[in-house]
Design a protein around this ligand. Structure first.
Ligand code: AR6
Length: 176
């Protein structure tokens, strides 16, 4: 199926999703934090933290996988987005790596459905529009070469982020 038809955009709380895997916007310790990371750990319960403690942290732009514990999803893919430092610290490439590595890890585990939050655009301060373009292009590129992958869902927490993301998605060029 056409890559565009396998991209979904919704507004809501990612911890409620029954998709096979959800992605967590974590930090390098993988030991929890605020934002979506805090929400995922709260909803998953203490088993998630216990498994995360065994992972030895995660570098920026990389991803690691755990089970979902009390979450409705089966797996959590933890990725560490870059902190925005003005744009000259390789932030764009690192954010692209978060999406690519998370999707490759999903494929390795034979996961066919993944939901992403807007990585790095909260506490880490990455400009929303640029981050959204990177997210959409990375997802599209992955789907083009992974025809068996069912869907990539972008979950926007606030209504304004949802509206902005939809606008960007509808107006983005160079998706073939
Ligand atoms: N479902 C979906 N999206 C959410 C949810 C939710 N339940 N809660 C927040 N968001 P952030 P970052 C959105 O700050 O910028 C943590 O402390 C939020 O509105 O969670 O990558 C980590 O431990 C925003 O659009 O992640 C790190 O230290 C997006 O998720 C640091 O924050 C990302 O915001 C990571 O910062």
């Amino acid at each position: 199926m056409n890559a565009n038809k396998r991209i979904k955009i919704i507004q809501g709380d990612i911890t409620k999703l029954k998709t096979e895997a959800i992605v967590n916007a974590a930090n390098r310790t993988l030991l929890g934090g605020g934002g979506v990371d805090g929400a995922i750990h709260r909803a998953a319960g203490p088993g998630l933290l216990e498994e995360c403690k065994l992972l030895g942290g995660c570098s920026t732009g990389e991803s690691k996988i755990t089970r979902g514990y009390k979450l409705p999803c089966k797996f959590v893919i933890h990725t560490v987005g870059p902190v925005w430092r003005g744009g000259n610290q390789n932030e764009e490439k690192l954010l692209e790596s978060c999406y690519k590595n998370s999707l490759q890890l999903a494929a390795l585990y034979e996961i066919k459905s993944v939901a992403f939050p807007s990585v790095s655009t909260g506490a880490y301060g990455f400009p929303f529009n640029e981050a959204s373009i990177i997210a959409i292009k990375s997802a599209h590129d992955f789907l083009k070469t992974n025809s068996g992958f069912k869907e990539i869902i972008f979950v926007l927490f606030s209504d304004s982020d949802y509206q902005n993301f939809m606008n960007i998605y509808q107006n983005i060029d160079s998706l073939d």
